[in-house]
Write a protein that binds this ligand. Structure first.
Ligand SMILES: Nc1ncnc2c1ncn2[C@@H]1O[C@H](COP(=O)(O)OP(=O)(O)O)[C@@H](O)[C@H]1O
Ligand SMILES: [Mg+2]
Length: 504
């Protein structure tokens, strides 16, 4: 079992390494402002063959995506009385929809000559298309904050969007998200339909949807939306950029090397997020594209950034067979309810993805020994979808409680072999040794619940001759302790306590 886990983790590391390498080889240029020019100048080769998709097909997609945006914008399932969305905003959106519908129809008919008049309002007109007033809570950021900035730094990109970092007023770091003109989404669309303007609009609706969700869903593990900007570019009017909280892209290999406490934090934030999504103001939401790269880390917490593939739609069914969920290693058949909906499908899909991408790799290994049975039961139950998200989050909170309060230590019989002499207001310079998993690259810095646990650790390391109580704490409130291989280099250090091992 242990061997297969190690093999699994090694395989995972290798696939991540290859994935990262491929990403690096395929990233677009670093200069956001040059993206469109690269495209136009032919740096991204224009297709040599004729368009294979019809304008009517593209129009259908645009209309469907516009309607999806409106659905997410207006859905009011369990909105609190205070309502996060303001009335004037809705009116403005509807006005815009109607106005652009009529101008779009003219535009379409003259373009293709034979298109039937579309009955639904669309947002396709280049004039004012897609403008959306989200009435963000003040102070929100806008075009004035990001205009004419040359110091944007490329951070990452996915299928549709490219993300850049910008530091505002030398203090606030933000992420700017916009449609990636060199990305697969736009490229595939242009190759098929030869219409950059409409392909851009189609892709930008994904950002609009994401922006609506970022605004309607408020949770510590959902990235915060600071603002947005519509600006004209040479080729396209009203290009949309969102301004959000900045994170660091999730590096699974790095996470695998971090302490259990930090890995547990990632899993706990994910479970809290999934609990919120299962009971969100829009109903139960699922993340259809659930891969680690859709999340970022902010101050050690996991936050979801990519929401354009989130879905609140339930799956209709007439029998259990319709409620089939297929994953690479396992399939599930859920119950079809009397109302004709697959029961808890959104929640269960999220949960199984959390299990296969996060829990199996991050939760059990190098966990405190007495927490292992509980953690194994979490991994097994989520891997078999025996628990819903409510039970899962309750079990995670129980683990946190036990860890934070040192309850996992209760069975330990503490009989130190050595004595430890306390020296106040000093620490030890250098004389480090490495241990795993340390919070420090070159030294052995670990978190402990109390002095007894620190002594136990020191006695279990053959190199340990002393340890320094730093008075710094981790996110759970546990003390950070530096374990040392010697005690010659004493230095005055206010607030620190050094414990010297004396074997005599
Ligand atoms: N706020 C952010 N801070 C830092 N990096 C981010 C942020 N948002 C996204 N990223 C990085 O940019 C990549 C692309 O963003 P994403 O929204 O996932 O685009 P796409 O929809 O094209 O997949 C992500 O995989 C992530 O690594
Ligand atoms: Mg993504």
């Amino acid at each position: 079992m242990r061997r297969s886990r190690i093999a699994l983790a090694a395989g995972f590391c290798l696939s991540f390494f290859l994935g990262t390498l491929l990403n690096l080889l395929c990233v677009p240029g670093f200069d956001h402002l040059h993206q469109q020019h690269r495209f136009r100048d032919g740096a991204t080769p224009a297709p040599q063959w004729p368009a294979t998709g019809s304008p009517a097909d593209l129009l259908r997609q645009l209309r469907a995506r516009y309607q999806e945006v409106i659905r997410y914008r207006e859905h009011r399932a369990a909105l609190p009385v205070s309502g996060r969305l303001r009335k004037p905003l809705e009116r403005r959106l509807m006005d815009l929809a109607q106005r652009s519908a009529s101008s779009h129809e003219q535009h379409r008919v003259t373009k293709s000559g034979s298109e039937p008049a579309a009955p639904e309002p669309t947002f396709l007109s280049p004039q004012g298309a897609g403008l959306l007033d989200l009435s963000l809570r003040a102070p929100s950021l806008g075009c004035r904050d990001i205009a004419n900035r040359s110091d944007v730094r490329y951070l990452g990109s996915g299928y549709t969007k490219a993300v850049y970092k910008l530091v505002l007023n030398r203090s606030l770091s933000v992420a700017l998200k916009s449609v990636d003109f060199g990305g697969h989404d736009i490229q595939n669309c242009v190759q098929q339909y030869r219409d950059l303007q409409d392909c851009y609009r189609l892709a930008s609706y994904k950002i609009v949807k994401e922006m609506i969700l970022l605004q309607r869903l408020q949770h510590p593990n959902i990235l915060q939306l600071y603002g947005y900007c519509y600006q004209d570019s040479n080729d396209i009017s009203n290009t949309l950029t969102t301004i959000t909280e900045l994170g660091s892209p999730l590096e699974m290999i790095q996470l695998l090397q971090s302490s259990w406490e930090d890995r547990f934090r990632i899993c706990l934030s994910l479970v809290r997020l999934l609990h919120y999504l299962a009971h969100s103001p829009l109903g139960s939401l699922t993340l259809l594209d659930f891969r680690p790269r859709q999340f970022v880390i902010v101050d050690g917490e996991l936050k979801v950034t990519d929401l354009d593939d989130a879905s609140m739609e339930g799956t209709p069914c007439s029998s259990n067979a319709d409620c089939f969920m297929e994953f690479p290693a396992r399939n599930f058949t859920l119950q079809c309810s009397v109302e004709g909906k697959c029961q808890n499908m959104n929640e269960k899909r999220n949960l199984y993805n959390a299990y296969r991408f996060f829990f199996t790799y991050l939760l059990p290994h190098s966990a405190p020994l007495s927490l292992k049975p509980l953690l194994d039961s979490i991994v097994n139950a989520t891997g078999e979808l025996r628990w819903g998200i409510d039970e899962t989050v309750a079990q995670f909170e129980k683990v946190l409680y036990m860890y934070r309060n040192g309850l996992y230590l209760s069975n330990m019989t503490h009989t130190p072999k050595a004595e430890y002499k306390q020296v106040v207001d000093v620490s030890i310079a250098e004389e480090d040794y490495r241990c795993w998993p340390s919070y420090h690259h070159n030294g052995c810095l670990l978190s402990v619940y109390n002095i007894n646990e620190a002594i136990d650790i020191c006695e279990s390391h053959s190199q340990c001759q002393a340890f320094v109580w730093t008075n710094e704490t981790t996110w759970t409130g546990r003390q950070l302790v530096f374990f040392k291989a010697g005690s010659i280099n004493f230095v005055p250090d206010h607030g620190k306590i050094t414990y010297l091992k004396s074997t005599g």
